[in-house]
Design a protein around this ligand. Sequence first.
Ligand SMILES: NC(=O)c1ccc[n+]([C@@H]2O[C@H](COP(=O)([O-])OP(=O)(O)OC[C@H]3O[C@@H](n4cnc5c(N)ncnc54)[C@H](OP(=O)(O)O)[C@@H]3O)[C@@H](O)[C@H]2O)c1
Length: 270
Amino acid sequence: MTPAVPVAIHGAAGRMGQSILRLLGERDDMSVVAAMVRAGSVLDGIAVPAGHPGLLHASSLHDDRHPQVLIDFSNAAAFDAALELAVRRRIAFVSGTTGIDARQRAALDRAAATIPVLWSANFSLGIALLSRLVAQAAKALPDWDCEIAEAHHSAKEDAPSGTALVLGREVAAARGEDFDVVAHLSRAGSDTARAPSEIGFAVTRAGDIVGEHTVVFATQGERIELVHRATDRDIFARSALAAARWMAGRSAGRYTLSDVVGIDPAGASA
Ligand SMILES: NC(=O)c1ccc[n+]([C@@H]2O[C@H](COP(=O)([O-])OP(=O)(O)OC[C@H]3O[C@@H](n4cnc5c(N)ncnc54)[C@H](OP(=O)(O)O)[C@@H]3O)[C@@H](O)[C@H]2O)c1
């Protein structure tokens, strides 16, 4: 039997980290050698439950741990340290952390010179297809207004969501526009009418919503809405694990979800 791929989870205390740990407990092709939490976390030094006997949550990666893949679902503030750790220890890096900025996206490219790197704002296959459909619609309907609405649980830290921004970049790219020029991230306090090429964003934060994205294309007298609703965060966790398994042993470089699953997500990478 092929030996299990050793992996480390960064952000192990979070919603995604906990989903990933639970799902990993059900697999025998990967084993968790580190469950990393924030320094000062109440879980630091506490046993990881279910399926990981003897493993304790820890705030650093001990020298005697040798993961082949570091799976990061933390936050934008913690992201730099996770990526730096992966580069320093030569570990493949799989991340779904959102809210990262242009500097951090450039750091992913630099890291890919020495380690395999896969970052995706959304690991759902449905979003990968939605992204492609959005690009087609934006190209076919260049003069229609485009607006993007997203909804997530009340504890989400970044807004608009990384996925909404990726979808917006798809629209702008399909129309030959500069996203940073046409994106209108918030209308609060806006005193001007909608510009024709604008891509507007609307954000809902409420309850336990896992993730919803609606891309609207509208003109006089008609409207198209492309909607994706995630109801279970295990879809992201399963797909991230498939990506982690696939990344083990790859050569250095930048990879996308499409490399793993064979769908062209057209923009799922940073
Ligand atoms: N790409 C996708 O498909 C996808 C899907 C879902 C979510 N996400 C993104 O993934 C990220 C995590 O989501 P979530 O819902 O799991 O959020 P969450 O529940 O807030 O979890 C984030 C975790 O990161 C931990 N953390 C903060 N600093 C850390 C550090 N220095 N070292 C280790 N852990 C640290 C936090 O610890 P404390 O609890 O101690 O503060 C928290 O437990 C977010 O950016 C979210 O937008 C992406």
